[in-house]
Structures are given as structure tokens and as C-alpha cells.
Design a protein around this ligand. Structure first.
Ligand SMILES: [Zn+2]
Length: 172
């Protein structure tokens, strides 16, 4: 049962991602994704329904018996995505620029490129590491390859397998 639920949620997430990607790329979204969202939204009510009983009189209550909790979750998520995709905010949708992160973000300020501080830090660390590893251009007449501020390389030659940037931060 849990596997079934997880598969359903994952499937719906893929539909959401397809729709968001199409919106970002300004491409027509696949009909199957639109249908999946609409099916989810209409399978169970996403708004509180109107009820009456002698104790409480008229009242509104969400109607989702526990047997339908998954369908209810899918409906609410689908309604949120549909709302986002048709709102003015949809113009702010962007993919996170920190590969291999696959999240999307709302570019709430113009230069925002990453979904999180963590992704931003990772990209900045990788860039700094790449700069440090880049071969220095030899200056005319210069015999040494390291500038005075540069930490001399502990080992000669590049180590292709090593990508962790942690060694770099110590010398800042
Ligand atoms: Zn990210």
C-alpha cells in the first residue's frame, strides 16, 4: 500500500515537473500531464463542502475519509500547481542553476539562480575550486608558476579523481 502511494505521488510529481518545465520553456505542455492534474483535482473535493446536522447546523467541512487521504493530497497539490502555473508568479519560475539539482524556484529577485543557499554555496565553491585548479598563464620572463599569494601546490600535477573543494577553504 505504501509503495502504491509513493508511486502515485512520484508519478504526479513528474507531471508537475513536466508542466513547470513546459511553462518555463514556453512550450505546449503534454495533454497527459494536464489530464493527470485535472483528474486529481476532480477525484475528490478540494474545497470544504456544506453540511448540516442538528448539533452544528449548517457548516462546512473538508470531506476526505482516511481511505481517500492520498487522493486528497494529490488533489490539493494539483490545485496548488494549477494555481501557480496560471498566476502572475508563473513568470518567475526557473530551474535551479546548480547541476545536478533538479528543483525549481521562483525568481523572487532578479539575480536569483539557485533553489537554496546550499545550492548557491555548492556552485560558488566549485567555481572557486576550478579557478584554483586552472593552470596559470606564464608571465613573460617568469620562471615560477605560483604568485606570492597563491598557496603552492602540495602535489605536482592535477589529480583528476579529486573534486572535493574542502581543501581550498582552509587557505582563505
Ligand atoms: Zn538547487
Amino acid at each position: 500500500m505504501l509503495d502504491h502511494c509513493a508511486a502515485q505521488l512520484r508519478g504526479m510529481r513528474q507531471h508537475f515537473r513536466t508542466l513547470i518545465a513546459a511553462r518555463i520553456d514556453e512550450l505546449p505542455p503534454p495533454e497527459s500531464a494536464i489530464r493527470a492534474v485535472n483528474d486529481a483535482m476532480t477525484r475528490v473535493p478540494t474545497v470544504s463542502l456544506l453540511w448540516w446536522d442538528a448539533d452544528r447546523g449548517l457548516h462546512r467541512e473538508a470531506s476526505h475519509p482516511t481511505t481517500q487521504v492520498l487522493n486528497y493530497a494529490l488533489a490539493v497539490l494539483s490545485a496548488d500547481v494549477a494555481e501557480l502555473l496560471t498566476s502572475a508568479q508563473s513568470n518567475l519560475l526557473a530551474a535551479c542553476g546548480a547541476t545536478p539539482c533538479q528543483r525549481y524556484l521562483l525568481r523572487t529577485h532578479g539575480r536569483r539562480q539557485w533553489c537554496s543557499v546550499r545550492c548557491g554555496d555548492r556552485v560558488r565553491a566549485a567555481r572557486a575550486y576550478a579557478r584554483r585548479r586552472a593552470p596559470l598563464r606564464p608571465l613573460p620572463g617568469a620562471q615560477t608558476s605560483a604568485t606570492p599569494n597563491e598557496q603552492p601546490a602540495k602535489e605536482s600535477g592535477p589529480r583528476p579523481g579529486v573534486t572535493a573543494p574542502h581543501a581550498r577553504t582552509r587557505h582563505r
